[in-house]
Ligand binder design. Structure first.
Ligand code: SF4
Length: 296
C-alpha cells in the first residue's frame, strides 16, 4: 500500500519542531541500496500546486507564529523551479515570523538547475538544504547506487553555497564496510575539504529490511562494521580534513555511537579526535556489538 504524497515519512532530527509540508511524495531516485525509506511505501510524485498551497494555508492559520518550516518528502528540489518559487514565496508570506525554510535535496536535482534558478530559490526564501553525501568514495557511491559521484557533489555543493543556500551534508559511517573503509575515509574527507559545507552530520549505517542491502547483510556478502571500527572511521575522517574546513558538525542521530556537536569543526577537531581515541581504547567499546535498528 502506497502512502499518500501528503504524508511526510521522515525529516531531519533538527526539524523535529518544524511545520512539515509535503511538496513531493517519495523519492525521485529511490535506487540507493542502503535506503528502504520509500521503497514500497510511497511513490514519487510532484504534488499539485493548489494542494500544497492549501496545506500552507491550513498550517499558517493553525500555527501563525511558527518560525521553522521544512519541505518534504525526499527531494522537493526535484520539482520545477517556477513551481518551487511559488511555494517558497507563499510560505514566506503566510508565516510572518519565519526564521528557517528548509528542504531535503538530492545532488541530481541541483545538477539540473542553472545558477540563476538556484539564486531564484534563495531569493524566494530557501535557506538550507539537507543532502546525502554519504561517501566521497566513487567506488562506495557506485556500489550503493547513489546516482552521483564525488565530482558531481563537489560541483553541486559549491554552486549551492555560491547561490547563498546553506548546505548540510550527511555522511554514513560504515557504508563501505571493511573492504572500502580506507577509501571511504580518505575520499569523504577530501570531498568535505573541497566543499567546506555549512554543516556536515555523521550517521552510522543501519540496514533496515526494506532496503536492498538487507539481503547482502543476511547472506554475509556485506559486513556491518563493529562500533569500535565505526568510531575509527569518524576519527580518521576528522583527522584527514583540510585546515580550511570550518563547518558546523553534528553527530545528532540515534544511529551514532557518540554524540558531538561543534559550531566550527576546525576549533574542536583535535578535542573530538582525543575523545574518540579514548573510546576506541575502552575494552567495553571494543566488545560492543552493532546497534540493530530495524526502524528509525
Ligand atoms: S537515500 Fe535519499 S536519494 Fe537515496 S533512495 Fe533514499 S531517499 Fe532517495
Amino acid at each position: 500500500m502506497s502512502l499518500p504524497p501528503s504524508h511526510i515519512i521522515i525529516r531531519p532530527p533538527v526539524e523535529a519542531y518544524s511545520i512539515l509540508i509535503a511538496v513531493t511524495g517519495g523519492c525521485s531516485w529511490n535506487e540507493c541500496r542502503f535506503c528502504g525509506i520509500y521503497k514500497g511505501v510511497q511513490d514519487y510524485v510532484v504534488r499539485p500546486l493548489e494542494d500544497v498551497l492549501r496545506d500552507v494555508d491550513y498550517l499558517a492559520n493553525t500555527y501563525p507564529n511558527h518560525k521553522w518550516v521544512f519541505l518534504g518528502n525526499a527531494n522537493p528540489t526535484s520539482a520545477p523551479t517556477d513551481y518551487l518559487v511559488q511555494i517558497l514565496r507563499y510560505v514566506k508570506t503566510r508565516f510572518k515570523n519565519l526564521e528557517r525554510l528548509s528542504a531535503y535535496s538530492k545532488a541530481l536535482d541541483i545538477v539540473r538547475k542553472t545558477d540563476d534558478e538556484l539564486r531564484q530559490l534563495k531569493e524566494a526564501g530557501l535557506d538550507i538544504v539537507y543532502m546525502g553525501l554519504e561517501s566521497g568514495s566513487k567506488t562506495v557511491l557506485r556500489l550503493m547506487r547513489k546516482g552521483t559521484n564525488d565530482r558531481t557533489i563537489i560541483e553541486v555543493g559549491k554552486r549551492l553555497l555560491q547561490a547563498g543556500i546553506k548546505l548540510s551534508l550527511y555522511i554514513i559511517l560504515g557504508l563501505g564496510s571493511y573492504e572500502h573503509s580506507e577509501d571511504h575515509v580518505r575520499e569523504t574527507a577530501r570531498v568535505l575539504t573541497a566543499i567546506n559545507p555549512t554543516i556536515f552530520r555523521f550517521r552510522t549505517l543501519n540496514v533496515i529490511p526494506s532496503s536492498p542491502l538487507w539481503t547482502d547483510v543476511q547472506d554475509g556478502t556485506f559486513k556491518i562494521m563493529r562500533p569500535v571500527d565505526v568510531l575509527k572511521e569518524e576519527r580518521d575522517i576528522l583527522q584527514h580534513l583540510g585546515p580550511n574546513v570550518t563547518s558546523e558538525m553534528y553527530n545528532d542521530h540515534i544511529s551514532n555511537y557518540v554524540t558531538f556537536s561543534s559550531k566550527n569543526i576546525s576549533l574542536d577537531k583535535e578535542r573530538f579526535i582525543r575523545e574518540i581515541d579514548s573510546l576506541i581504547e575502552d575494552p567495553r567499546i571494543q566488545q560492543m556489538e552493532p546497534k540493530w535498528l530495524t526502524h528509525m
